[in-house]
Ligand binder design. Structure first.
Ligand code: ADP
Ligand code: ADP
Length: 226
């Protein structure tokens, strides 16, 4: 069975200027371990679909399921990574990475060793006691990945995570994300408006049309990855 199933998904926003149909009739199945990229111009509904799958917004029509269970809100099966790092600035990087596990009652020693492990995996072995503002933008996004992975999600939902980075850093982060993907065994749903990024990362690219957002085509990619 697919990991994520979107069937007949629609989303309308009620705004002061009237009703905006952001998504209409979205049907999409995502397999376990699959890397799927949402591609399309600004405003076509890519982020809206990602946040619906995340359970952070309510659907107007249709259904979304994750692992066979209907999505009714956020869950640890779906990890989120945003454009700007959303690390808590007042916590150390290590505390940020294991914050979700602290909420679940995991003790300090266990958290510290898990944070060290995860930070090593993302190339930030020496950063556990630093504050987020002592890291570069690319390092903060790697710490955000470590934090998302700490809860062992089945899928990572990434909303233009490298948009704020310079071109060289972005390219390194793409290679890096491929490694994270392979090692974690998670599926990836990645939003971008850069076609090079989409083609470089995806198993399949979902191309959106704008207003109302519909799936224009789903393009399989068969290029060698790093
Ligand atoms: P994309 O991620 O492809 O740039 P979005 O999903 O952000 O597109 O937006 C899709 C459409 O929904 C746009 O027309 C946008 O203005 C509108 N929209 C997004 N979020 C909201 C919101 N919270 N309230 C009202 N309209 C919104
Ligand atoms: P807590 O209040 O979360 O139990 P402590 O007060 O024991 O944590 O933290 C002491 C030191 O250990 C601080 O310097 C903090 O940055 C660091 N630390 C705490 N939790 C972690 C973690 N999960 N990973 C890495 N370092 C941590």
């Amino acid at each position: 069975p697919p990991l994520i199933a979107c069937r007949g998904v629609g989303k309308r926003w009620e705004t002061a200027g009237g009703t905006v149909t952001a998504l209409d009739g979205i049907d999409l199945l995502v397999d376990r371990r699959e890397f799927v990229v949402f591609l399309g111009p600004s405003g076509c509904g890519k982020s809206t679909l990602l946040y619906l799958i995340a359970g952070l917004e309510q659907l107007t029509s249709g259904t979304i399921s994750s692992g066979g269970a209907e999505v009714t809100g956020p869950g640890t099966d779906r990890g989120l990574i945003f454009q700007e790092s959303s690390l808590f600035p007042w916590m150390s990087v290590g505390e940020n990475v294991t914050f979700g596990l602290k909420l679940r009652g995991m003790g300090t020693d266990e958290r510290r060793s898990l944070a060290a492990d995860l930070l090593r995996k993302v190339g930030l072995a020496d950063a556990a006691d630093k504050r987020p503002d002592q890291l570069s933008g690319g390092m903060r996004q790697r710490a955000a990945m470590a934090r998302a992975l700490a809860l062992r999600p089945e899928v990572l939902l990434l909303d233009e995570p490298f948009a704020a980075l310079d071109v060289q850093t972005r390219s390194k982060m793409q290679d890096f994300l491929i490694e994270v993907w392979r090692e974690s065994g998670a599926s990836m749903l990645f939003v971008t408006h850069h076609i090079d990024e989409a083609v470089g990362l995806a198993d399949r690219v979902v191309v959106f049309t704008a207003r109302p957002g519909r799936i224009k085509s789903i393009v399989p990619v068969d290029l060698p990855r790093p």
